[in-house]
Design a protein around this ligand. Sequence first.
Ligand code: HEC
Length: 102
Amino acid sequence: MKTLTVLFATALLSLSVQAAPFAKGDPKTGKSLHDKTCVSCHVSMFGGDGSKMYTRTDRKVKSAQQLAARISGCNANTGAGWFPEDEAHVAAYLNQQYYKFK
Ligand code: HEC
């Protein structure tokens, strides 16, 4: 019975994650992490505030999963040393602001 309850709770949890990707991340925290570590490079490529990286018509990221993977990759590449929670914050921010995956 206990196992069933756990299974049921896990199923509910994954449902809610799908309903709102990165619900556990805090967009505000994500923005400050992102602005500190990630913007300069994107700005040097696109000018402005660099957000064109995320809004260009031929952008690469097409799903919440790809966004998470990309952020993980950039975290590793830049040596930002973010924890998974930090990646979730940044994902929440970028998704809320630009990607709007549901
Ligand atoms: C050293 C330069 C550099 C830094 C620093 C950098 N990026 Fe990037 N980023 C790039 C380049 C170059 C691309 C485009 C790659 C492509 O077009 O395939 C990119 C693309 C992306 C994309 C995908 C955009 C799309 O096409 O939808 C995301 C998301 C992203 N970066 C997030 C981050 C995050 C988060 C950080 C901070 C940890 C970061 N980047 C730091 C160079 C950088």
